[in-house]
Design a protein around this ligand. Structure first.
Ligand code: SAM
Length: 248
């Protein structure tokens, strides 16, 4: 099993996956509000690497979904203790944030509020104006968002530390690192722990392989677990399958 691929990015797969999630989550929350429910969102980053996906999720819930920090929790799980230790710091090398800005993954004003410069107050131009990466060397996730994050070391082939009542799950670019059985176990576990109106985001590399000539080949053995427990709701977005819930 390969645990060495820790590739990640701030707001990775933006805008597509995040736009899909934004629209669907707005509808989910509007439905809950109309039903008079208290709004609280449990989110999970499964295979969180050094935490960027969890940081992005917290920023997304606050900035796009307009939730107050006390209205959400984001849990990150990864098998690699060194990555989890880094994730817990909330620190990001400034060049990684600059890459996200350069790629248009996150608007400058959101980046400046999410990763305020220390000790000086954030200014929108600070990141863009420093292409050499000499100053600052790193930025830190805002304390109000850091407080909403929990990180655990865990092997997703044998899920532990999984929160219940999940509204949003990112299990992105991680399925190919699991065993055949592990993929089924994780998909079933997520299905059981997600709300019926929950949303699962997968990664572009999870079910498909691009060949040298640009052809895209689906890997059925990778997707078998998820296709049983979830149904597609977009390119990167899945919903828990009601058929499977009825069978359980
Ligand atoms: C390619 S990175 C993806 C990171 C993030 N989800 C993203 O898409 O940006 C894959 C991550 O999965 C983790 N991983 C691999 N096997 C795992 C397992 N069995 N249980 C939990 N995490 C695992 C790796 O340590 C790595 O951090």
């Amino acid at each position: 099993m390969n645990h060495t691929d820790a590739t990640t990015a701030i707001f990775r797969a933006a805008p597509t996956a995040w736009d899909e999630l934004d629209d669907a989550l707005d509808r989910t929350i509007a439905t809950r509000q109309a039903a008079g429910e208290d709004i609280y969102v449990n989110a999970l980053s499964a295979g969180c690497s050094r935490g960027y996906e969890a940081y992005s999720l917290a920023a997304f819930l606050h900035e796009w979904t307009r939730l107050r920090p006390e209205q959400f929790t984001v849990t990150g799980i990864d098998v690699d203790p060194a990555l989890v230790a880094r994730a817990r710091t909330g620190r990001v090398p400034a060049r990684d944030l600059r890459d996200a800005l350069r790629n248009g993954y996150v608007p400058v004003d959101v980046a400046a509020r999410t990763f305020p410069l220390e000790p000086a107050p954030a200014t929108a131009v600070s990141f863009a104006a420093d292409p050499t990466g000499t100053r600052p060397r790193s930025v830190r996730l805002a304390a109000r968002l850091r407080d909403r994050l929990k990180f655990h070391v865990g092997d997703l082939n044998h899920p532990a530390h999984m929160p219940d009542d999940l509204t949003v799950v990112f299990a992105a670019n991680v399925w190919r690192h699991l065993t055949d059985t592990g993929r089924y176990v994780l998909a079933r576990e997520l299905h059981q722990r997600m709300r019926p109106d929950g949303l699962l985001v997968i990664g572009g590399a999870d079910f498909y392989d691009a060949t040298g000539d640009g052809t895209v080949i689906e890997k059925p053995e990778w997707s078998a677990g998820i296709r049983r427990y979830f149904e597609p709701a977009g390119e990167f977005l899945y919903r828990p399958s009601p058929t499977e819930a009825a069978r359980a």
